[in-house]
Structure formats: C-alpha cells, structure tokens
Design a protein around this ligand. Structure first.
Ligand code: C2E
Ligand code: CA
Ligand code: CA
Ligand code: CA
Length: 279
C-alpha cells in the first residue's frame, strides 16, 4: 500500500508541475485577456422540438490564448471565479452577446432569443440589475429576447435574496432559466418558488436516451412535471435523432445539442442559418 501511495504521489507531483505552470500562465493571461480582446463567443442553436425553427442561441465563451490556443470555458471559468475576474468577463459576455443580437437584427437574420450564462459571483443584486438594464438601454434589444441561465446552487445559497433579485430581473422583462437541472438536489416544487421561465434538463439524462430505462423514466418524469408547473423545457446535449424523437414524444419544447449544431462562431452561425436547418 505504501508503494502504491508513493507512486500516486509522484504521479500527482509531475502532474501538478504542468498544472501549476498552466495555472500561472493562465492567471497572468486572464488579467489581460479582456483588454487584449482574446475572448470570443460561440453560439449554439436551440431548435424547436420538430427541428423546424430556430428558437434561440446560447452564448458560450472561449479564450483564444496566444500560446495555449483555444481554451474551453471549463478550463478558465473556475479560475476566473476564484480571482473575481469573472465579474468583468461576465459583463463583457453580456454586452458582446447583446450587441451581436442587434447586429444580426440589422443584417436581417432573425435569432429570436439569446441565452447568457451567469456565474455565482455575478449573481449580486445591484450590479447585475445595472448591467442588464444598461446593456438593454444601449443596444435597444428587447428584454424578452434575453434569457439569463442560472444554476440551482446560485438559488439555494440564499433563496430569499435570489427570489428578490429574480423578481427584479423579471420586472425588466428578461427571461430566466435553470441550467443543468437534475444535477443538484432541488426538486421541481422547490424551484417553483422562483420566477423561472425555462428549465434545461442536464445532458447527463439525455446521454442514456432512448435505451437506458432509468434515463428514459427520469427524463419523461421531469418533462411531464415541468410542463405541469409551466416551465418551458429545453433538453441539452442532444446528439442523435433517436434522442430528439424521444424528447419530442415526451413533450420537450426545445432541443439543443451536437445533433443540430456545435457552438458556432457568429460568422459560422450565419452560414448555418443561411443553409437552412438541417434536421
Ligand atoms: P453549460 O452552460 O451547461 O453549456 C453546455 C455545454 O455543453 C457547452 O460546453 C456545450 O458546448 C456543450 N454541449 C452542447 N451540446 C452538446 C452535445 O450534444 N454533446 C456534448 N458532449 N456537449 C455538448 P462549453 O462551451 O465547453 O461550456 C462549458 C460550461 O462553461 C458551460 O456549461 C457553462 O457552465 C460554462 N460557460 C460557458 N460560457 C460561459 C459564460 O459566458 N459565462 C459563464 N459564467 N459560464 C460559461
Ligand atoms: Ca448553460
Ligand atoms: Ca447546461
Ligand atoms: Ca453544465
């Protein structure tokens, strides 16, 4: 057992060195990335369950690092959260994405709705309300076309405060969605205390569809209950036609996933739309 422990230690040690190096490189880079304009947004289509119409897009951030290449958010968002840099980065995402929507409008390309991910650190009453208010005023984007995605843990940390903040966001006219539903511990009845419009069923449930009986039963139950509680249900991580068919039959309204499209640069989304929905 001691030998194994030693090996494990050595493995982690070597691994830590590259990790520490990467972290240092990333932390210093992250501080300058905004002014150096190294962030970009990709947009993943959300499609009606019949596959016919574009319902919206979700903005997903990427970091084009001069040395490390294109870095996915999973590799720098946690660091951005730890360092507090997520606040200016999150504010940039909101502005950039809303400006893009208006640019698409002007170009005659109708993207009905834009979903933006919020981090826990951004979920702070006055700053967030000001940021949302400002970006809507500056861009002229209709509030009802902006959807903010939040997670269960953000709501449960301080439910009373969350209800009040969400209420004020709703008063501005924006839409609210619960992301990654099913990965936390809250039930649908708990969530009903919050003024949410959309519920996104986490990819982990969609993965096993249609063959895994447990995934199928859980997904069907979530969709049925969510509909009764007047959430619009979005399934994420739809990768196959069979999953799409299952979800449509289960009553899911909106589908998102690689089966329809990966997240695309703004230019690539324009081409994707011009080519017509593929499925
Ligand atoms: P998320 O909000 O759950 O976003 C969905 C993730 O699933 C995206 O990964 C997307 O590319 C991926 N995905 C979509 N369809 C499929 C599919 O069919 N199969 C598989 N295997 N994956 C699929 P991405 O872009 O790497 O983003 C990861 C996470 O980073 C997001 O998870 C979100 O939590 C966070 N994130 C992304 N952009 C932002 C942002 O602007 N602000 C904040 N605070 N977080 C962000
Ligand atoms: Ca999301
Ligand atoms: Ca999600
Ligand atoms: Ca997620």
């Amino acid at each position: 057992a001691k030998e194994a422990g030693k090996n494990t230690y050595q493995f982690f040690d070597a691994d830590m060195n590259t990790q520490t190096f990467e972290r240092l490189l990333m932390e210093s880079g992250l501080r300058q990335a905004l002014e150096r304009r190294e962030f970009e947004l990709h947009y993943q289509p959300q499609v009606s369950c019949d596959g016919v119409s574009l319902q919206g897009v979700e903005a997903l951030i990427r970091w084009r690092h001069p040395q490390l290449g294109l870095i996915p958010p999973g590799r720098f968002i946690p660091l951005a959260e730890e360092t507090g840099l997520i606040k200016p980065i999150g504010a940039w995402v909101l502005r950039e994405a809303c400006h893009q929507m208006v640019a698409w409008d002007k170009a005659g390309m109708r993207v009905p709705r834009l979903a933006v991910n919020l981090s826990a650190r951004q979920f702070e009453q006055q700053t967030l309300l000001n940021e949302v208010n400002d970006v809507l005023a500056v861009t002229g984007l209709a509030a009802s076309r902006l959807e903010l995605e939040i997670t269960e843990s953000m709501l449960m940390q301080n439910p009373q405060e969350a209800i009040s903040l969400l209420g004020e966001l709703k008063a501005l006219g924006v839409k609210l969605s619960i992301d990654d539903f099913g990965t936390g511990y809250s039930s649908l009845s708990t969530l009903k205390r919050f003024p949410l419009d959309y519920l996104k069923v986490d990819r982990s449930f969609i993965e096993g569809l249609p063959d895994d009986d447990d995934s199928a039963a859980i997904t069907e139950a979530i969709i049925a209950m969510a509909r009764k509680l007047h959430f619009t249900v979005i399934a994420e991580g739809v990768e196959t036609a069979e999953q799409g068919n299952f979800l449509r039959q289960a009553g899911c309204a909106i589908l998102q996933g690689y089966f329809f499209s990966k997240p695309l640069s703004a230019a690539a989304l324009e081409q994707w739309l011009a080519a017509g929905l593929q499925h």
